[in-house]
Design a protein around this ligand. Structure first.
Ligand SMILES: NC(=O)c1ccc[n+]([C@@H]2O[C@H](COP(=O)([O-])OP(=O)(O)OC[C@H]3O[C@@H](n4cnc5c(N)ncnc54)[C@H](O)[C@@H]3O)[C@@H](O)[C@H]2O)c1
Ligand SMILES: O=C(O)C(=O)C[C@@H](O)[C@H](O)[C@H](O)COP(=O)(O)O
Ligand SMILES: [Zn+2]
Length: 356
């Protein structure tokens, strides 16, 4: 049984299809108007799933581009490789990019689609839990710079998202848990009942119970689609999706994009943001404790690792995309299920939380 959700954005609306057995079952054709397709994947995912996707593309002029694997390769240089591949197949304005992979492949492919000939369509086929619950939906695309995460990018919505849960069977445990952190984020920021559901069902989810997984992906996409439809370009509430990210992105950047996975950095970032909220008397200590406990059950650190100095963290945080008038704007919370966008958070308070 497959499930269909929608991201309602007027003429740029698109479906999110969630189910199993979707790849290799001729599901792509309805979402492909053009005859030229570039499939972008990476060296780990292509051997697992590229053939199934290619089998669905009979009759199309198909090129493929295989990226190096990992966050350190989410770069301007690697992006150039995708653009060169588009030139190589003489992609015209009706060409479509298919992103087959996790958030790195999706963000880079979407960015390439946004700039090639000033914008062509692209399709998301997410293969990590993180990409299914978060990155494939909403149209944020981009690459990292050594100075900071996702500093170059564009909003460019996909034409469709096709999430085949079967691909999660090959996902390494560490990646699976990192994806769960972003799913738990939705409970933390807008839905206390969902957060409690994670507390109750975490063991079944970690055992990858199929019904639990379907629920995780469906609820996450429903919440994200609702926020994106109300604030596509992050002028307001969409910023709540950045809970934990100002800290998290700084952690990723200082670690050269190779020490923490994005989901791990965000998990620690959420804990730090919660602690700061409690220190600022915005949130009950008990709620920060519950979030910390849930992240610990994922087996992730909940304190800043040695070697990450608080001062260096704050310096990295100053390049966050939510900074306004030279002051940090953070997503803080009032407790489980309620988050706020808070301008002008004093750096001294952030330093105190990071140093505790
Ligand atoms: N655009 C957005 O809204 C958004 C949201 C969240 C995160 N992101 C971005 O997403 C990225 C993180 O994405 P991610 O966690 O998916 O990481 P990733 O794309 O690096 O994938 C994680 C790892 O799993 C491997 N992999 C992927 N699918 C697999 C499968 N089915 N079986 C076996 N191995 C598989 C990949 O090769 C990689 O080694 C970050 O760059 C982050 O900034 C973007
Ligand atoms: O979709 C959004 O909006 C998000 O903030 C989702 C985040 O999980 C994601 O990591 C996003 O890429 C962060 O965006 P950025 O604007 O802080 O780079
Ligand atoms: Zn994220």
């Amino acid at each position: 049984m497959n499930h269909r959700l929608a991201v309602d954005l007027g003429e740029r609306s698109y479906p999110i299809i969630i189910g199993s057995g979707l790849l290799g079952a001729d599901r792509l054709r309805p979402h492909l108007d053009g005859r030229q397709v570039l499939v972008v994947s990476n060296e780990t995912i292509a051997p697992l799933y590229l053939d199934k996707v290619l089998a669905d593309l009979h009759g199309y002029r198909v090129g493929q581009h295989i990226l190096r694997d990992g966050e350190p390769f989410k770069t301007w240089d690697e992006l150039g490789g995708i653009l060169a591949a588009l030139a190589g197949i003489r992609a015209s304005r009706d060409a479509v990019i298919i992103a087959l992979g996790g958030g790195v492949v999706g963000d880079m492919s979407g960015f390439a689609a946004s700039v090639w000939m000033r914008g062509i369509e692209f399709l998301q086929i997410p293969t990590t839990l993180l990409a299914m619950v978060d990155s494939s939906v909403g149209g944020k695309t981009g690459v990292n710079l050594p100075e900071g995460k996702n500093l170059v990018g564009a909003f460019h919505q996909p034409r469709a998202v096709i999430a085949d849960l079967d691909t999660l069977n090959t996902l390494p445990e560490r990646e699976f848990r990192a994806g769960l952190a972003e799913a738990i984020k939705y409970g933390a920021i807008v839905d206390a009942g969902l957060f409690e559901w994670y507390e109750r069902h975490l063991d079944a989810i970690l055992a990858r119970d199929p019904m639990a997984l379907l629920e995780v992906v469906k609820t996450s996409c429903t919440i994200k689609a609702d926020i994106v439809k109300r604030d596509e370009h992050e002028h307001g509430d969409r910023a709540l999706l950045n809970f934990g990210h100002t800290f998290g992105h700084a952690i990723e950047t200082l670690g050269g994009y190779s020490q923490h996975l994005h989901g791990e950095a965000v998990a620690l970032g959420m804990v730090l943001a919660a602690r700061l909220s409690t220190a600022l008397k915005r949130a009950p200590a008990a709620d920060s404790g519950r979030l910390t406990a849930l992240i610990e059950r994922l087996g992730m650190p909940t304190t800043l690792p040695p070697g990450f100095s608080p001062a260096a963290m704050v310096a990295a945080m100053r390049l966050d995309k939510k900074v306004l008038n030279d002051t940090l704007r953070l997503i803080l919370w009032r407790g489980i299920g309620q988050a706020d966008i808070v301008p002008g958070v004093p750096e001294a308070d952030i330093l105190a939380t990071l140093s505790a």
